[in-house]
Design a protein around this ligand. Structure first.
Ligand code: NAI
Length: 410
């Protein structure tokens, strides 16, 4: 979104992108007229402290640790964009307390995961992983026994969220029956049907696929007991989080033949970087597809992440919108032509709005619209005024002892 009149020259907005962020993000920032610097690697804290001082927006992926110490040195920082899914690499609370929203891209790789799951369902049903390995080894083993079509089979989805829903749509197009189990009530798409309990889903499904988040409730959600509830000869797929499935129990169920195959993309412990000695009890088992946490790893997803996070950051810079921020009150106020917009982040204590409104009315300005949201630490106010008294108002608001950050937009 572009706002035609801004009181800040856009070329003065400095964007620092680390860790080789996709060109799609740079295009969006450059299209806005912002000054973009892009570096290929992550930087350590000492270098980040030097670099963060004058930047307005910092873009990182998973390897740059944005510590409270680094944030304390940032004089102009408006926002941090994590061009990935996770945000634990950022000191989120410290950022929020400093008035800095942090954005990520939770859904840009949804389709990539869903497509991989669909491919794996067919791979498992036809034992394609094993056949491919055999022919690579020079072995010609033409078999039909234990190989199946997926048409008419039942797919049970645990967690009917963004990914689960996409998997369901694709599976139905394949002619599968689809059931799901979710703790939240969800509107089913197509002919998909909700089942009330996990045990019922496990007992009714030929294929079971997990798409839940990592929470205390989902930790160890699939263990020996749950695997025993699965149909004899069923298949299990996990591309959610490694802690959700008990790997030892799954390996035992595959060895016993109760589970006819599994596709696993995530593990309780995963190597930090590339590794040649990854250990798992599942290694070497028949009809078990093991992948190195690549469910969301496609060029399309990288491009979509670049676009999604850059768009959130542009909206924040241009209009103060914080929708989607992971550590900050969410405010999105529609742009109103002719209005003058002021943003204020303040400590969340009683009476701040009263003080600000008094300041504004004492200056003879009329408030056209105003939105305030708070979290435990801060309040975030977006306010549109009829008259251009922004400078005086800004000075007054910034002088309040509760104010953390105040910005005139236009
Ligand atoms: P989402 O938040 O859209 O959906 C999760 C669903 O699980 C929600 O509908 C929620 O109500 C449900 N749920 C939560 N706790 C549950 C429980 N105890 N029992 C049943 N349902 C429960 O999440 P999204 O985007 O679909 O992602 C799902 C998982 O996929 C996450 O764990 C995410 O980390 C993982 N993921 C893995 C990737 C990979 O590369 N393998 C890439 C992207 C996401």
């Amino acid at each position: 979104m572009t706002i035609p009149v801004t009181s800040f020259p856009k070329s003065e907005i400095k964007i620092l992108l680390l860790e080789n962020i996709h060109a799609s993000a740079q295009e969006i920032f450059r299209g806005e007229g912002f000054a973009v610097e892009s570096l290929p690697g992550a930087v350590k804290e000492a270098e980040l402290i030097e670099r963060i001082r004058d930047v307005h927006v910092l873009g990182i992926r998973s390897k740059t640790m944005v510590t409270a110490r680094a944030l304390a040195e940032a004089r102009r920082l408006l926002a941090v964009g994590c061009f990935c899914i996770g945000t634990n690499q950022v000191a989120l609370r410290a950022a929020g307390q400093a008035g800095t929203p942090v954005f990520n891209a939770p859904f840009s790789n949804t389709r990539s995961v869903a497509e991989m799951i669909i491919a794996e369902i067919v791979f498992l049903a036809r034992q394609l992983g094993d056949r491919s390995r055999e022919v690579h080894a020079g072995q010609w083993r033409k078999v039909a026994v234990g190989c199946h079509e997926v048409r008419g089979k039942t797919l049970g989805i645990i967690g009917y969220g963004h990914i689960g829903t996409q998997v369901a749509i694709l599976a139905e197009a394949f002619g599968m029956r689809v059931l799901y189990y979710d703790i939240a009530s969800k509107l089913p798409v197509g002919n998909v049907r909700a089942v009330p309990t996990l045990a019922e889903l496990l007992g009714a499904s030929d294929f079971v696929t997990l798409h839940v988040p990592e929470t205390p409730q989902t930790k160890g959600m699939i263990g020996a007991e749950e695997l025993a509830h699965m149909k004899q000869g069923g298949y299990l797929l996990n591309a959610s989080r490694g802690t959700v499935v008990d790997i030892a129990a799954l390996a035992a169920a595959v060895r016993s033949g109760h589970v006819a195959g599994a596709a696993v993309d995530v593990y309780p412990e995963e190597p930090e970087g590339k590794s040649d000695d990854f250990g798992s009890e599942l290694r070497g088992l028949p009809n078990v597809i093991l992948t190195p946490h690549i469910g969301g790893s496609t060029e399309e997803a990288q491009e979509a992440i670049g676009r999604e996070v850059a768009t959130s950051l542009v909206k924040l810079v241009n209009s103060g919108t914080t929708t989607g921020a992971v550590n900050f009150p969410q405010v999105e106020l529609a742009v109103s032509p002719g209005a003058h917009r002021i943003l204020n982040v303040h400590r969340n204590v009683p009476g701040v709005l009263r003080d600000i409104n008094k300041l504004v009315s004492d200056l003879g300005a009329n408030i056209r619209s105003q939105l305030l949201a708070t979290d435990a630490d801060v309040g975030y106010l977006v306010m549109d005024l009829d008259h251009d008294v922004s400078d005086e108002v800004k000075r007054g608001i910034a002088a309040l002892e509760t104010s953390i950050k105040t910005r005139i937009l236009y």
